[in-house]
Design a protein around this ligand. Sequence first.
Ligand code: UDP
Length: 477
Amino acid sequence: MAPLGEVDFASLDPHRFDDLLSPEERDLLDTAVAGGARRICGRRVWHVNSTARGGGVAEMLQTLLPYARGAGLDVRWLTIGGDDDFFRVTKRIHNNLHGGAGDGGDLGDEERRVYEAVLGRDAIELSIRVEPDDVVVLEDPQTAGLIPALRMRGVTAVWRCHVGVDAPNDLVHRARRFLHPYVDGANALVFSRRSYAWEGLDDGRLHVIPPCIDPFSTKNAPMSKGMAAAVLAAAGLVDGGQGGPASACVAHPARVLEAARPHTATPLVLQVSRWDRLKDPLGVVGEALLLVRAARVAPSPRGTGAASEVRERWERLASPWRERVHLASLSMRDPDENARIVNALQTRADVVVQKSLAEGFGLTVTEAMWKGRPVVASCVGGIADQVDNGASGVLIDDPRDLPAFGSAVTALLRDRQRARALGAAAHERVRRDFLGWRHLVRYADLITSVLGGAPGGGSSVNGVVPAHRTCARERSS
Ligand code: UDP
């Protein structure tokens, strides 16, 4: 079993956001950050999750932690070790928390034994690194089982859950029951939406922090249409001829399943997702859309599960539909290159769809909105908070309603003016609410609150402030 890994990340100055903010927003950020730094006072804040790259949580940590460090907080990032049995169980918990059966297996005594055996070993390693005065933020179900061991040592433990559903079914309740004994002991519980908080958890410890994106990252920095076209041609995703600039070079072209390569001018409807049934790739193919998957899952399109279902569905498509559907797998070997290609796709797309059946919070939606793209998405989970229907995108009530998706997409392809207006409103919505600066305000307030101070930045924290704890430096002075 792999041991705990420490993930390296840079330090970034939060003042980098200044040009994007109003004077009031700048004050808000300064106040929150100063409050958090005062309260942390020599302690370290550890984030623990299951992977350094791939998926929304790793993406969010890469976005947030450098700014927290740049704000003067001593922040670290660890990934847990685990074996195949452990990750099979945690994947099942994850699917169940979304209301899906996953592999259909149980969550009983045997699964608890597997889960606790791995996290028991991780907890021993963690206790060597973490001081009792520190704060540990545990991300998602994979790490929740570490909470009791940390609390026994007096460590402040925060559990952050990125998964949630609008209407919990029996599977959701089963997964929550499985996790409840661990989660119940945390000093604070963070959900992406208020409605994701579970029944039976102490309301006073709840905090709400939606995920954010980094506007300066390779994936989200402004990219010209010309550069996007050159990157996509270099990646083998559109027919663009030869001779783009050297900075458009791609060392790991995409693997694409298609009957004909799209031309640079072909209208492009895009969904970026992992191969996961909850992202409804079959429905997307049904809509003759272009789909991108993260290579983290099933490296070959002939793999198992959602990837092979999509491939089979594509093979059954009749002409001319088959020529219009392109299934692209982006290599993750060079994350920066992967991010550049995703940026190019999102910059180039005429409409971005997110046809998820369930979604905690869709980063791909925020990314597309930030690039001013008109988005058509299922009105599920966090997407309902991200998009104001009709103002900053289009939401489809029933995620399985293919005709509704189809006509919303077609309408936007035809009405370019409306598409531009939706895109502009989407960009402003993300600037205000879902960029790293806002997240840092909420994060600093969480740390301040959990260590016994009054949040200063005006976050959506809904916390009963725990008893005041003096820090080492305060005690000795
Ligand atoms: N992603 C990526 N490269 C890919 C495919 C996906 O970087 O080839 C990213 C995508 O841009 C987004 C994240 O993976 O930032 C997926 O996050 P989201 O919240 O949309 O879904 P999750 O995978 O967490 O369910």
